[in-house]
Design a protein around this ligand. Structure first.
Ligand SMILES: [Zn+2]
Length: 464
């Protein structure tokens, strides 16, 4: 979807091409692209001249000589082409304006979400499409924005995407703005201070202005008629850079979903700030994960464990049926984890097969738990965090390590340990992605102190 800088670039590119030219006729190839009466649209615009273009948020406004205007929005894939009179239009051409200079302006829209609407110069600002669009960052009233946020319960990312709060920030530029402002996308808008809003709007304006100077950033969906390309994309710092290292601190860039929108951020430069946490702890087998979660319990965290969630799944009839079928086994009322573990340690290739089936179910279960418990702190023990592709659902990632892994493992049944090590030999550890690393090398008090530190750090971020 084109963002504000693209629309501004289109405006600047298009205006000199059509300015002062007369519309001789209009061909509407898809009626639904026009909001309102199609014949009225054609009649009112015929013989009129284009005077100039303006923009409100991501709406382009074409001003005409007879006090009518056209409101347009490109939505997903809408484009304006400027062609010679006899040139073929593409198969997604929706509306054609034939001009008096042997040229034609074509509105092309493969996804057909775009729109054109006729309105009057004196009325269009109150049109349903435009009346709720707020000011752009440079003109925003910070006090008003701050007060809106105070009464809001959404995350700052969602808050800023709402065009009735501030106009012109789409997914790309919200991510860039939050990164530049050191604010985590999941921070509740109500916890953003007035000072932070000032910084956010200043940064947003700078980023948008720079993008406009460079001609917009969405290369794929944007074909301006004069070959302006999306050079700004090469200067994006955080958007869509999951797995790469943060240009500021070298921490790994993470991607999560915020209200359904993919959101890239650096959890080190943009620390998670909230009153509740969904924390995950992971690490190699036998480094003290469960011991650590027990300590979190003392701090009133609800504790969940992937292994326990799996054990529950092993009692589910559908799961039993599926696993029996997959591995030609015959569990009856419950899958015996010891039997399955022995089977897997002898059929190591089936571990992946089982994981591909079970991990999405565990992920789903964790998401359900989080949704149900929005007012409490949760800690999840997920040993295979990255294999299970679950790193994108937690607020805080803790890696636990121990130099005494073997010793801790020895306290368990030797055969079990061997099998566990074998099955878990591919465990992915990403130190550069962890928000906190616990080194469980000493005694229980040392472990408790490290955890207390983490909790205090998280708490102290609120209200700063
Ligand atoms: Zn960083």
């Amino acid at each position: 979807m084109p963002e504000l800088p693209e629309v501004e670039t289109i405006k600047n590119t298009l205006e000199p091409l059509i300015k002062n030219y007369q519309i001789l006729s209009i061909e509407v190839l898809r009626n639904a692209t026009i909001i309102g009466d199609v014949n009225d649209f054609k009649e009112k615009l015929k013989n009129q001249k284009f005077l100039f273009l303006s923009r409100i948020g991501k709406f382009l406004i074409f001003h005409l000589s007879n006090d009518y205007i056209i409101i347009s929005h490109l939505r997903m894939e809408g484009k304006f082409y400027f062609l010679n009179k006899d040139d073929d239009v593409g198969k997604h051409a929706r509306v054609i304006f034939n001009l008096d200079n042997n040229k034609k302006l074509v509105f092309d829209d493969s996804r057909a979400f775009g729109l054109l609407k006729l309105s009057k110069t004196s009325e269009y600002k109150n049109d349903d499409l435009l009346k709720n669009i707020a000011n752009e960052p440079k003109d925003i009233d910070i006090d008003k924005l701050y007060n809106l946020a105070k009464n809001s319960n959404v995350h700052i990312k969602t808050f800023l995407l709402d065009q009735s709060h501030v106009a012109g920030l789409g997914n790309i530029y919200v991510d860039e703005t939050l990164f530049k402002s050191n604010i985590h996308p999941l921070t509740k808008a109500k916890y953003i201070t007035k000072k932070q809003f000032e910084i956010l709007m200043k940064n947003a304006d700078k980023i948008l202005t720079d993008a406009i100077k460079l001609g917009g950033s969405t290369i794929k969906s944007y074909h301006p008629s004069q070959g302006v390309d999306g050079r700004f994309q090469t200067t994006l710092k955080i958007y869509d850079k999951k797995g790469q290292l943060c240009p500021t601190c070298g921490h790994m860039i993470r991607k999560i979903k915020v209200n359904g929108r993919g959101s890239s951020f650096c959890s080190h430069c943009q620390p998670y700030v909230n009153d509740t946490y969904n924390i995950v702890i992971y690490g190699e087998v036998g480094v003290g994960k469960t011991l650590a979660t027990d300590i979190f319990k003392e701090y009133h965290f609800d504790v969940y464990n992937a292994d326990k969630i799996v054990l529950d799944l092993y009692k589910n009839k559908d799961v039993i049926k599926k696993i029996n079928k997959m591995f030609n086994l015959n569990f009856a009322n419950e899958i015996d984890k010891n039997i399955l573990r022995t089977y897997l340690s002898n059929h190591i290739k089936d571990v992946k097969k089982l994981n591909n089936y079970i991990h999405p179910l565990v992920k789903q279960k964790c998401i359900e738990i989080m949704k149900k418990s929005t007012k409490v702190n949760n800690i999840f023990e997920i040993p295979l965090l990255y294999q299970a592709h679950m790193d994108d659902i937690f607020d805080v990632i803790i890696l636990i390590k121990s130099k005494n892994q073997q010793q801790l493992l020895n306290q368990r049944n030797a055969d079990t340990s061997k099998q566990l090590l074998k099955i878990n030999s591919t465990n992915i550890i990403k130190e550069e992605d962890a928000d906190f690393i616990i080194n469980n090398d000493s005694d229980i008090n040392n472990l408790k102190n490290q955890i207390k530190d983490i909790i205090n750090k998280l708490k102290s971020r609120l209200g700063q």
